[in-house]
Design a protein around this ligand. Sequence first.
Ligand code: WT7
Length: 651
Amino acid sequence: MSVAPVAKHPVPQGYDKAHVTPESYHALYQESLSDPEGFWDREGRRLDWIKPYTRVKNTDFMMGQVSIKWFEDGILNVCVNCVDRHLPKRANQTAIIWEPDDPATPTRHITYAELSEKVNRMANVLLSQGVMRGDRVVIYLPMIPEAAYAMLACARIGAIHSIVFAGFSPDALANRINDCGAKLVITSDTAPRGGRKTALKSNTDAALLHCSDKVRCLVVKHTGDQTTWVQGRDVDVLALMEHASPDCPPRPMGAEDPLFILYTSGSTGKPKGVVHSSGGYLVYASLTHQNTFDYQEGDVFWCTADVGWVTGHSYIVYGPLSNGATTIMFEGVPTFPDPGRFWEVCDKHKVTQFYTAPTAIRSLISQGTEWVEKHDLSSLRVLGTVGEPINPEAWNWYDKHIGKGKCPIVDTFWQTENGGHMITSLPYAIETKPGSATLPCFGVRPEVLDPTSGAVIEGNGVEGVLCFADSWPGQMRTLWGDHQRFEEAYFQQYPGYYFTGDGCRRDEDGYYWITGRVDDVINVSGHRMGTAEVESALVAHPKVAEAAVVGYPHDLKGQGIYAYVTLMNGIAPSDELRKELESWVRTEIGPIARPDLIQWAPGMPKTRSGKIMRRILRKIAENDYGSLGDISTLADPGVVDELIENRMNRG
Ligand code: WT7
């Protein structure tokens, strides 16, 4: 395949304080591969250890014995590393700037001293509710400081948190509470977002109907909206914090003790509970936050993600706070009250690093540059993107209108499973090309494999599937309660390698270009979704006999959700039914899973053994039905013409 060359953007000049330089990048990267023990022994010391580790790396990618351990005999507390150790120097420095949904609500500046007090109080409240080391706590909160307090309070007492994104439905919440066996869920009354409110407490009430009656519910009274109250189960957490002691001794934890579980979509079955460690995860989040964004003393760092996703874990809370940074937590959305909100906030807080998703950039491009020009963006130094490939048009707009041609752009490729950045450019160290994540981070060994034979493809100008040949400290350790599924999902297909599920190209310069998922995972506005999850929600509807879901290219969202639906015998298709199914999926999973297009499919293209040929459905959804390939193995090739005839995407 021949690809037109893309101009390289030179490393910006005039910045000599950068953590990594063009020369040091290559030297350090080589060292991290040739002497991982030495490299990570040194990097591990960026944290404070109660008992220093003597063993750095102990990892095995072989199917049947996959085991990943870093700094395994070290003892530390993650909360101490993010809070207590900064107090001597930074008690009065702002740790978190909270920017509310409504700009008329006052901003809050939370110092490290205040953060410490709140986290200690919340930790004592958790203890008083019977939460013990190793217990699971589900957090279902809006983007408010209490979400960070709750995460750090769990870390302080050795409880394992599992955040459920506030956009998820009661069913999704219940499934996660049950899967991890949570003792407690922390929620708020309601959650304002874009001027509208989500009823988190009543969602939680609905979820808890499907959970053990032992699960308690801590409620943050955030908006003061009226909610129901179950005596003996519901607890006003802010009231308890007022009376709790501001001093809670941190629990010494093993480096390998789990810090959190985060559910993410896989290509099959129910969401997977990705388990991250305490020591290795924090070392990796800290290092990548510092290098990728060239974080410097005094910077104001803003990652616009939600703490419900891994990006928020690593780059709103753990990475920045472990580095003693000032981090912004934004409750709102880019377009409320107007499409200039991001830039207004950058101006107001003099943001130095701004990290967002391509889908947000694309939606703002369509609003015009007048919204940008109203605000002073001269404080910005580094721009970042994450979540999906960024199209060159969006990259160039970001560069020109936001960075004014002066801010390096870091396109960070990584996954929930990775804990931190894997492939990204580094400001002032790696030249960029719009649309390429560029080069691997320290300790990361990307390999391009032939998808069919599994052979490693050497050299440049090649394409295949993306694997990692060795472990890095931020790597997930297992799937909660299912180590076998962990091995099967990531290590079985290409023995000896971690398989990302992504396709990629390595160009003539050795730069990596992620070409998207090669499995049944789709990426909608940077949100990861298993097509199987949407299918099982659809078939749970009484009028649906069968459903097949695929992704298709969508101008704003990157990928849209395209559902083929076969109705039960005797049920007539109608626009009302289409709307009914859309809102059904919304309530089953959440708004992010709502199908963009639903096509009625009287028959599905199946092989004689009854397997749906999704390749064909994908092509039709892409409006690329001229090249369907071999359809002779279909039981009834006639259904294909019918599907093409009634395709929904003609763009
Ligand atoms: C999938 C992981 C952890 C980041 C947030 C998403 C895609 C992520 C990029 C990028 C191209 C990207 C991949 C990956 N992806 N970043 N910079 N360029 N693709 O985490 O929900 O676990 O999704 O997002 O397809 O496998 P996630």
